[in-house]
Design a protein around this ligand. Structure first.
Ligand code: NAD
Length: 483
């Protein structure tokens, strides 16, 4: 079986070479197609950080094992890592955090074992990177949460929890505040939960989740979260098991999957042969299991655990009174421990290795769309406009332009209502959201909104427009705070 390998930047080549050496010593039956991807490729003029041959190879092989890659600093340059995850629709980011005997933490010392899998939605949310300056003072980031995208990650999370035979799966969210976006994320969680009645499915607000994770991490099995919250919570979990050096990650998609460590290129120690390769090795072991190479994965993981248990450590962890080994020596120690069984956390594999079949190639973009659609109507519009006038003055100009079709319903500033009611103590910035709704029950056309835009543009610079939709009897927009 051939897989694509991108060694990455900074410590990437050092830790990748160490891991591939461990794989070769264990006769892992994989062949590696080394592809050109990373900051150095970006510097050669390929603005998505990979050569066309690399893209073609990865799409053909369906599996990418990658080292960390540096995001070039400066405006207008997107992260190569995020681009890869999004372009190839690796919708579920699985990060498994397990206590490793020999890696001392507050919890290991207290005898509290940790085994948490974070499933982070990997494509959507503010990671869309769709940002605009609405005025010179006001920046806006659009946050996409989609129903089909969320269902993909929920199905993966429940399926994984079921196969892992865990009892509890939790959804972390902020649906108490972001009722439409996180609300839909949560709704999809419970929708898929109905297909897995043997799992205890519950939800928890993300701030409460953070508090509980640092007090009773042993209470959680699988936690599924939107992209940004998942990113933050997974670094918190990395801290629980000893730091970024022990945090692996698998980006799972239907056609292409990417396996990489959570950490970055560690420029401070790059080129010194000091880096800890454990996180990349654990990511590689997840890849071996993904393709059905359970026996190799178990032997290598047991050797890793035995090595850690015996006190061998790189400089970033372990007993400061014993000398640290370098990256090469750490890999050598693991290789010398093949066949040994750790005292704690030994892994076993049952039965035969499974035969992995890559997904068949596709020639068109899959269109993800919900099957059941309700009747749709446009019932108004929010206009985001620039003004440094007081709300009553803005309202007076807006009301002049409603022309019988629209009524002015509310004006808000940074999401807080300031007209028709509000408080003078609400500070203002020079950008209002002005909401117009239809006067009568009859539907509006897009052309009515365009005409409103034109009339309003005589008085204001309009930075953005958002339609107010209704699906069936349900409003498809949020109310302003205080409305
Ligand atoms: P980082 O993870 O590279 O480093 C944070 C700290 O952890 C540093 O002190 C570093 O020395 C240490 N560290 C990280 N990995 C280690 C390892 N394996 N062994 C020992 N110590 C280790 O985070 P950063 O400094 O914020 O980012 C550096 C670069 O990496 C940036 O360009 C960033 O965009 C990129 N990055 C890439 C990825 C990825 O490829 N998936 C992820 C995160 C950051």
């Amino acid at each position: 079986m051939r897989i694509a390998v991108a060694k990455g930047d900074g410590i990437g080549p050092e830790i990748m070479d160490a891991v591939l050496r461990i794989f070769e010593a264990n006769k892992v039956p994989l062949q590696y197609e080394v592809v050109e991807m990373g900051k150095w490729v970006f510097d050669k003029g390929f603005n998505n950080g990979m050569t066309p041959e690399a893209k073609q190879n990865i799409e053909q092989l369906g599996l990418l094992f990658k080292g960390p890659m540096e995001t070039p600093k400066g405006k207008g340059v997107k992260s190569i890592n995020v681009t890869a995850r999004k372009t190839w629709n690796t919708y579920a980011n699985k990060r498994v955090f397990t206590s490793l005997h020999g890696v001392d933490t507050v919890f290991s010392k207290a005898g509290i074992p940790i085994n948490i899998s974070i499933i982070r939605e990997n494509i959507e949310d503010t990671y869309g990177g769709i940002e605009h300056m609405l005025t010179q003072d006001v920046a806006l980031c659009r946050r996409f949460i989609t129903r089909p995208g969320t269902l993909q990650v929920m199905r993966y999370a429940f399926d994984m929890a079921s196969k892992k035979k865990v009892t509890r799966i939790s959804c972390g969210h902020k649906a108490n505040i972001m009722k439409i976006t996180d609300g839909m994320f949560l709704e999809c969680f419970y929708e898929v939960a109905k297909e897995y009645p043997h799992l205890k499915a519950d939800d928890i607000i993300v701030d409460d989740l953070c508090m509980k994770l640092v007090t009773r991490p042993d209470l959680f099995d699988v936690v599924v979260l939107p992209n940004l919250q998942g990113d933050i919570v997974s670094d918190l979990c990395a801290g629980l098991v000893g730091g970024l050096g022990f945090a692996p990650s698998a980006n799972i998609g239907d056609h292409i999957s990417i396996f990489e460590a959570v950490h970055g290129t560690a420029p401070d120690i790059a080129g010194k042969n000091l880096a800890n390769p454990t996180a990349l090795l654990l990511s590689g072991l997840a890849m071996l299991r993904h393709v059905g190479l359970y026996e190799n994965a178990a032997t290598i993981e047991n050797a890793l655990r035995y090595t850690l248990e015996s006190g061998v450590h790189t400089g970033d962890f372990g007993n400061k009174n014993t000398a640290a080994v370098n990256t090469t020596e750490f890999a050598d120690a693991i290789i010398s421990n093949f066949g040994k069984t750790p005292q704690q956390g030994a892994v076993s594999y049952s039965g035969d290795n499974k035969v992995y079949h890559p997904a068949a190639p596709i020639s068109e973009h899959p269109m993800l769309e919900s099957a059941h659609r309700k009747a749709e109507a446009i019932v108004g519009a929010d206009l985001f406009l620039e003004s440094h006038q007081q709300p009553t003055a803005v309202a007076a100009l807006c009301e002049k332009e409603t022309a019988g079709i629209f009524k002015l319903v509310t004006i808000s500033n940074r999401g807080t209502q300031v007209w028709p009611t509000g408080s003078v103590y609400t500070n203002l910035v020079n950008q209002y959201r002005v909401r117009f709704e239809r006067q009568e029950e009859k539907g509006l056309e897009q052309s009515d909104i365009v005409a409103l835009y034109q009339r309003m543009s005589q008085h204001f610079k309009i930075c953005s427009v958002e339609l107010l939709n209704q699906w069936g009897n349900q409003k498809a927009y949020s109310l302003a705070q205080g409305q």
